[in-house]
Ligand binder design. Structure first.
Ligand code: ATP
Length: 434
């Protein structure tokens, strides 16, 4: 055993399938197991990468641990063996990747890995690009099957080595193995109490308007619940109010959830690519259309007259009511991911409202009742008094919508979407509350 302590970052990705496992669980397990022969130096990172990537299982997450040890080979062997035995290798979409970065490499590789991380959050990266980077930087890595997990594993290392990005925290509680795949028990009342006691330092635990629990997943994975918030102490405090089935282990992660890191600001709709996420400014140029399934869609036009569809899908619930009140001419900024030439709206800033008018038949000057149409192109006539008019009455109608920011409710929040409560007050002309 060396007398020297060696710092090491371990990035892991793509170990799970829809039927079970979760890369964050493996991370929490390794954190506990490795602590018998290594010191864990900070909270692990849990980063969400490009939310539109088709290969993802659920939330396109990857993880990294930061530790110090005397036997790096033992760490590498243990991690590799655990990934090999626990990943859902039979699933064709599970292609694990592990990356090891040692302390002597940190200075040389940090910037490149951090840039790669930012790209993986916003762009689409090939496995070959990831291999080229890992080999070029002289990193040790281990791939299984097609090795796509290398993309996420390198990104998580980049995130761990760069402390400058905006971040939040998540407390994840994991189920005991005997309970995996069975219905979860987490006391609903206790979650509402946890929220009441700690909001706005924690968020998206429950959805008050829709009276829903948000922080408990439904799939077969080992996560029991996850509490998100602005500091490790606030998520821990919220978790102290939760009553549930027995918890096997917990882990607090530093994350890029709730940061809008995925959004790219572009001036023109012609710059928009599929599988990317944007901030786009323009004018509403069609009446919002409610299509089958309750999805609401309007068309947005930029200053060069290019257009794109913007959608508030059914899961966004009451948010659609605001979108349905938009009319052509309203100036807005939309935030969301683009797939199939449609922006999936995460939030919207209404900059200015256009005037809305109502067209009515004129009033009879004698009896003050509304005149009737006298036939096509023949104006209006009052049947009772015999008066007539050619002038239609046009009056301005009060808009049932205010300028300002509107966001989807917690039950429809996407991992990376920044909550309005995290914005600086000056960026929020209207704070809708909850
Ligand atoms: P979970 O949320 O349960 O952890 P997941 O949704 O994170 O699962 P993965 O199983 O990790 O999904 O699969 C995502 C795959 O996509 C990984 O192999 C990852 O390396 C890859 N990937 C992530 N970001 C990008 C990107 N920007 N371009 C190309 N591939 C990516």
């Amino acid at each position: 055993m060396s007398t020297e302590y060696i710092k090491m970052v371990v990035g892991i990705d793509d170990t799970d399938s829809r039927d079970g496992m979760c890369t964050t669980y493996l991370c929490a397990l390794l954190k506990d197991e490795l602590s018998s022969f290594a010191s864990i130096l900070s909270e692990p990172v849990l980063v969400r990468l490009n939310p539109t990537i088709p290969y993802k299982t659920r939330g396109n997450a990857s993880v990294a641990l930061f530790l110090e040890c005397r036997e790096p080979d033992k760490v590498m062997e243990h991690v590799t063996q655990r990934v090999a035995s626990m990943a859902c290798m039979d699933n064709e979409n599970t292609n694990p990747g592990i990356v090891f970065v040692t302390g002597d490499q940190f200075e040389k590789v940090s910037q490149k890995l951090s840039e790669f991380f930012m790209r993986a959050v916003r762009e689409v990266i090939t496995i070959d690009e990831a291999k080229e980077l890992a080999c070029g930087l002289g990193l040790q890595f281990k791939l299984f099957k097609n090795g796509r997990g290398l993309i996420g594993a390198l990104s998580a290392c980049g995130a761990m080595l760069d402390t400058k990005w905006d971040h939040t925290y998540e407390y994840l509680a994991y189920r005991q193995k005997d309970f995996w795949g069975t219905p979860r028990f987490v006391d609903k009342k206790s979650l509402f109490e946890a929220d009441r006691q700690t909001y706005p330092n924690t968020w998206d635990t429950v959805d008050l308007k829709n009276e829903m629990v948000v922080c408990v997943p439904h799939s077969g994975d080992p996560v029991l619940y996850g509490i998100r918030g602005k500091s490790a102490s606030s998520v821990e405090k919220a978790a102290s109010f939760v009553s549930s089935e027995p918890v096997e282990r917990v882990c607090i992660y530093r994350t890029n959830q709730g940061t809008d890191m995925h959004l790219i600001s572009v001036p023109k709709i012609s710059d928009v690519l599929g599988l990317h996420s944007y901030i786009l400014e323009g004018q509403v140029c069609s009446e919002p259309d409610i299509i089958r399934g309750g999805h609401t869609i309007f068309s947005l036009k930029d200053d060069t007259s290019n257009t794109i569809d913007c959608a508030a899908f059914e899961p966004t619930k009451n948010f659609r009511e605001q979108i349905r009140k938009l009319i052509p001419g309203d100036r807005v900024i939309v935030y969301g991911s683009v797939t199939e030439r449609t922006v999936n709206i995460e939030k919207i800033k209404i900059i200015s409202l256009s005037k809305k008018y109502e067209v009515k038949n004129p009033l009879c000057p004698s009896c003050t009742k509304r005149m009737k149409s006298a036939g096509s192109g023949q104006g209006y006539r009052c049947k009772k008094c015999g008066t007539s008019s050619m002038v239609t009455e046009i009056s301005e109608v009060k808009r049932e919508l205010e300028a300002g920011f509107y966001e989807v409710p917690p039950c429809a929040r996407r991992h990376l979407a920044k909550q309005l409560l995290r914005f600086d007050k000056e960026d929020l002309p209207v704070f809708p509350g909850r």
